[in-house]
Design a protein around this ligand. Structure first.
Ligand SMILES: [Zn+2]
Length: 112
């Protein structure tokens, strides 16, 4: 399975990776070359990612998650970006309630 990033997932990644940090900048540059290769089984919008490594350079070494953020109310959720070997590998959203998050909240609600 491989499919393009949804516009909502891409917008979320762009918002999370904004700024001048070299790791985030490198991961941001990978977004146009990133595909969705898997999904979470719980029904949430978490996506496994794969980057075309021939098209773009890896990020410098960094701890995981590369980004860990939350959302302002009314969204009870957090979101994390993971990378493996310098390439985007997972965009994970998690709920702080019992219900899975089934749609990406508007990135304007991201709290960093
Ligand atoms: Zn899930």
């Amino acid at each position: 399975m491989a499919e393009p990033l949804s516009a909502e997932a891409a917008a979320t990644l762009r918002a999370l990776l904004a700024g001048s940090d070299p790791v985030r900048s490198a991961l941001l540059a990978q977004i146009p070359h990133t595909r969705v290769v898997g999904r979470c089984g719980c029904g949430c919008v978490t996506v496994d990612l794969e980057v075309d490594r021939t098209a773009v350079a890896p990020a410098p070494a960094h701890p995981n998650p590369a980004v860990d953020a939350g959302y302002y109310a009314p969204h009870s959720a957090g979101v994390m970006v993971f990378a493996k070997g310098g390439y985007l590998s997972l965009l994970e959203i998690y709920s702080v309630s019992d219900e899975p998050i089934t749609a990406w909240p508007d990135p304007c609600f991201i709290e960093r």
